[in-house]
Ligand binder design. Structure first.
Ligand code: FSO
Ligand code: SF4
Length: 428
């Protein structure tokens, strides 16, 4: 544990073995875990609030959860686990609210084939998760010859009718958040970082990366009040990109698109032509162990369907997995907050087959990086989902006690060898 939040702290520097107040390490870690989940919920809540929607239950839980971590308030580990589950519930609510706000503003997503690579002309690259920022930029680039490219978690924007209608929305450059130093150096474009997962810039592009809203970098330009004129001017001043060979990726599957295939899915499952569904998603990372997720998807048998979301998809969304009698085998549901779409689809499949969530032939293989993924993990635990795999590393806030609890209660398993894990899941 490490806690230095009050003046009683050991030696004036930090309680590391046990709190001077009596707080034990497991309680300290569960408090940390709760704070991480609250940060994740706050990110989604903030984006929903930007789109004009609020939920008083979510706001009240954020306050209660934070207050519970104040000094000398809550020393009860079991209760802190319940607060984790309540955080999961609040996160389900906030993700639903954000998804509905996205649909209300931008329409129900539709599958879209997105060009990947540079096209000739002045360019702006937009990274982060904030679709409203992208919309305002697209409005302001209409009528110019500036092309707007999405990066990382902005890819699913191409699926929304009210965003893809803009001619300036040209395609996607790069993959997950951690390639940005290479991608932003490589392409002579203006850049807008709209939310989290922005990295400290290299000198090469520090004068052409703009932050906005909560995202901030030292000594770089800022977009104020959705006025993108300085970004557009910068893109034009930079001269533009040279065309390169393009590839494509497909994104934009919403619940309604997937569930329009429900009858076909039922028929294929009953005929044994679809054996299992996998949700392989979460955050991508630069660790060699993250290659697990590509190897896992590559080695899956042909009679399974893979749902994916968040930036973890960039490990394998270039793979052509084909389809099973018209049902795509790789279905990109969107950003990390679109985990709620996966939940809605899973619950609809439960109704379709008349089974509970853990009887459904669905395995969830999570990759986590930061606090939003913690909130999503607790959402899945709140929904009672068991037998999930998690990686690429185990959460460092979970000590042995917490891991034992998660394993014994939910059979949460660390990822291992992809081929062996597949064999085990498929019962071979
Ligand atoms: Fe990736 Fe970052 Fe969306 Fe995560 S861009 S790592 S939990 O923030 O958010 O998927
Ligand atoms: Fe130490 Fe407890 Fe104060 Fe934290 S709250 S610094 S554990 S005495």
């Amino acid at each position: 544990m490490f806690c230095y939040q009050c003046s009683q702290t050991a030696k004036g520097t930090g309680c590391t073995v046990r709190g001077v107040c009596g707080k034990v390490p497991t309680v300290a870690r569960l408090q940390d875990n709760l704070i991480f989940a609250l940060k994740g919920i706050s990110a989604y809540n903030y984006n929903a609030n930007v789109l004009g929607v609020k939920d008083s239950d979510v706001d009240e839980f954020l306050t209660k959860g934070l207050y519970s971590t104040l000094t000398n308030v809550n020393f009860d580990a079991e209760d802190l686990i319940n607060l984790g589950l309540e955080a999961g519930e609040a996160n389900v609510k906030v993700m639903k609210m954000l998804k509905q706000a996205h649909i209300d503003h931008y329409g129900e997503p539709e599958p879209a084939e997105v060009k990947v690579g540079a096209q000739e002309g002045p360019a702006i690259i937009v990274t982060g998760h904030d679709l409203k920022a992208l919309e305002e930029l697209l409005k302001q680039t209409e009528g110019t010859d500036v092309k707007v490219y999405t990066h990382s978690e902005m890819l699913p924007a191409h699926g929304y009718p009210e965003l893809k209608k803009y001619e300036s929305l040209a395609g996607q450059l790069g993959g997950a958040w951690f390639d940005q130093k290479d991608i932003f150096s490589k392409y002579n474009a203006a850049i807008v970082a709209t939310s989290n997962c922005v990295l400290l810039p290299k000198d090469e592009y520090a004068d052409r990366i703009f932050t906005m809203d909560v995202a901030k970098l030292p000594d770089t330009p800022v977009v104020e009040n959705y006025d993108f004129k300085p970004v557009i001017d910068k893109a034009i001043e930079l001269g533009g990109l040279d065309a390169e060979e393009l590839t494509t990726v497909t994104t934009g599957f919403g619940a309604s698109t997937v569930l329009s295939l429900a009858d076909k899915i039922k028929e294929l499952v009953e005929a044994g032509k679809i054996k299992r569904f996998f949700l392989v998603g979460g955050c991508d990372g630069p660790f060699p162990k993250s290659n697990y997720y590509r190897e896992f998807v590559q080695n899956l048998p042909e009679d399974v369907v893979v749902l994916t979301l968040a930036c973890g998809k960039f490990k394998f969304n270039d793979l052509d997995l084909g389809d099973i009698e018209g049902v795509p085998r790789l279905i990109d549901l969107g950003q990390c907050n679109d985990a709620i779409v996966a939940v809605d689809i899973a619950l609809a499949l439960c109704d379709l087959f008349g089974v509970g969530l853990n009887e459904l032939p669905l395995t969830i293989v999570l990759s986590w990086m930061e606090q939003k993924a913690v909130a999503i993990l607790w959402s899945l635990l709140y929904l009672g989902k068991t037998d999930m795999l998690i990686g690429p590393v185990l959460p460092a806030w979970a000590n042995e006690d917490i891991l034992n609890y998660l394993v014994s209660t939910y059979n949460l398993t660390p990822i291992g060898d992809p081929i062996e894990d597949i064999k085990k899941i498929m019962g071979e």
